[in-house]
Ligand binder design. Structure first.
Ligand code: HEM
Length: 192
């Protein structure tokens, strides 16, 4: 039975693609389809980052190692959706015109921090394989702690672009704080 978990998580992780394909096919993207696509993948990127961060707390709470098996896949999906999110902004919004785009990255702090989060995800995706875990040894863990910074950048990006914390950004912020508190507590009591 357990052998089916990984493929099941993989197919469920494709949910954002099913939704957007359905909405595209049935003309349900609304009056601003480009914004809809960008926001859709932005939100799912954040969801997958938080899901990735949830695996260790879930391992502790349930005393089951099973959760850790999904962590890499969820993290790679976060990178996948972040890249689609970024590419839809660059390709659909700016039609790959890089000059105004660079201007945006430098002038709008929410774009700057979103872009930084995406850049920081790249080394994590590249070093996600078992081979890289062996090569990097202790440094692998240190490098992958970047996910905490990335998650903070992701939430800040959402708060700044929304111009208000109410309500969706606040929900993401609360979930992030809870997940980060888990790490702090476990480290402090030497349980991780
Ligand atoms: C880890 C990386 C990132 C995360 C977690 C993230 C997350 C999000 C979220 C949650 C939204 C709002 C969705 C909603 O309103 O429902 C959003 C919107 C947006 N993001 Fe990102 N993002 C990331 C990277 C980027 C990058 C690299 C860019 C561009 C270079 C970018 C540009 C935008 C833009 C333009 C919007 C729409 C803003 C608007 O509605 O005016 N994001 N993102």
């Amino acid at each position: 039975m357990k052998n089916y978990f990984k493929p099941a998580v993989f197919f469920f992780s494709l949910w954002p693609i099913y939704i957007i394909t359905y909405q595209l096919f049935y003309n349900q993207l609304g009056p601003e389809p480009v914004d809809r696509i960008i926001n859709h993948f932005g939100e799912w990127t954040l969801i997958f980052i938080l899901l990735t961060l949830s695996m260790t707390p879930l391992k502790k709470i349930t005393s089951s190692l099973e959760w850790i098996k999904f962590r890499r896949m969820l993290g790679l999906f976060a990178f996948f959706y972040a890249s689609i999110h970024m590419l839809s902004y660059v390709g659909l919004d700016y039609r790959f015109d890089f000059e105004p785009l660079i201007d945006d990255v430098l002038k709008k702090k929410f774009i700057f921090i979103g872009f930084s989060a995406w850049l920081l995800l790249i080394p994590l995706a590249i070093t996600s394989s078992d081979k890289m875990v062996r090569i990097l040894k202790k440094n692998w863990k240190k490098l992958h702690r970047l996910i905490y910074l990335i998650s903070i950048f992701g939430v800040l990006h959402f708060i700044w672009l929304s111009k208000t914390i109410f309500f969706k950004p606040l929900i993401f912020l609360i979930i992030l704080i809870v997940l980060l508190l888990f790490r702090i507590n476990f480290r402090k009591f030497n349980l991780s």
